[in-house]
Design a protein around this ligand. Structure first.
Ligand SMILES: Cc1cc2nc3c(=O)[nH]c(=O)nc-3n(C[C@H](O)[C@H](O)[C@H](O)COP(=O)(O)OP(=O)(O)OC[C@H]3O[C@@H](n4cnc5c(N)ncnc54)[C@H](O)[C@@H]3O)c2cc1C
Length: 199
């Protein structure tokens, strides 16, 4: 087996003077959550859309880019660390090291304390445009890994009724739309009849 060491981390400053670090030049955390390419795309988008027209404003754009990029790396670290915060594994040094509360970001600790009583939601600061991991991503990991949120059942009675109604409407709408769809063979027939190219 070949061991590939990964020095995990990211730069403190991504845009300095006329040089911008993107991709592996900016940092690397880990391969499992596959967040590298989206960060490359988001960085490229800022550069393309906000490239300063002159040197006078470059530092303004640079500082904005640095703040946004630092925020994004921070949220990715929170999300990665969440997997270790809720795992029950302690069988190897790897898991023991990574579940150590001393290695958890303060922001994630606060959120985990909060989520014992209310589920991750948009107001948990997941309010940025193009948030890499929104509240729903946290819900999947937390509840998929057995985390429990204690909720007052009575306080949620109205929400439960609303949710049931939304699910009933959703099922009815699905049936309506499905009924309007052609059968597969009919669709192929139409494509052949009109000489259309399947997309
Ligand atoms: C197996 C694997 C799976 C991955 N899966 C995902 C995924 O699903 N989602 C995701 O987001 N990320 C994934 N990643 C991570 C992602 O691919 C990388 O983070 C990303 O490609 C980094 O882009 P980059 O442009 O910074 O670096 P690179 O893609 O490494 O590009 C650097 C380029 O510089 C060239 N180069 C190096 N040295 C020199 C030199 N001296 N002179 C000239 N050229 C040079 C290299 O040949 C290379 O073409 C994966 C990575 C691997 C290895």
């Amino acid at each position: 087996m070949r061991k590939i060491p990964i020095p995990a981390g990211h730069r403190e400053t991504f845009w300095k003077r006329n040089c911008v670090a993107v991709g592996l030049a900016a940092g690397f955390l880990e391969p499992l959550e596959a967040s590298a390419i989206v960060l490359v795309e988001l960085s490229a988008k800022i550069i393309a859309e906000q490239m300063p027209a002159c040197r006078e404003v470059m530092d303004v754009i640079a500082s904005r880019f640095n703040a946004t990029t630092e925020y994004r790396w921070g949220r990715i670290i929170d999300f990665l660390k969440l997997h270790y915060a809720v795992t029950k594994r302690r069988d190897t040094a790897f898991w023991r090291d990574n579940v150590d509360p001393a290695t958890m970001p303060d922001r994630l600790k606060d959120l985990l304390a909060l989520w014992r009583y209310q589920s991750p939601w948009f107001h948990d600061e997941f309010d940025r445009i193009e948030e890499v991991f929104p509240a729903a991503s946290y819900q999947y990991v937390l509840y998929g890994m057995g985390f429990r949120t204690e909720v007052e059942v009575d306080a949620l009675a109205d929400d439960a009724q609303l949710a049931e109604r939304a699910m009933r409407e959703n099922a009815a709408q699905t049936e309506r739309l499905r009924a309007g769809l052609p059968r597969h063979r009919e669709l192929i027939g139409k494509i052949v009849e009109y000489g259309l190219q399947p997309v």
